[in-house]
Write a protein that binds this ligand. Structure first.
Ligand SMILES: [Zn+2]
Length: 63
């Protein structure tokens, strides 16, 4: 779903900002995770750190 270690948006060819980006799943925001976010199109590319944190949430199953 995302490519790690990208700092330039492949769609806009613009430098992206490193910040905490909200991740939404099924219409619910799970949390904010470290990502490079394009200031033009708003796409978020999660960093390795952000992605690992994200997986902790998305891999959780409801009891
Ligand atoms: Zn872009």
């Amino acid at each position: 779903m995302s490519v790690n270690n990208i700092t330039v948006c492949p769609h806009c060819n613009l430098n992206m900002e490193l910040k905490m980006a909200p991740f939404e799943r099924d219409g619910v925001i799970i949390g904010n995770f470290e990502a490079y976010v394009c200031p033009n199109c708003g796409r978020a590319f999660y960093t390795n750190n952000g992605y690992q944190e994200l997986n902790k949430f998305t891999m959780k199953k409801k009891n």
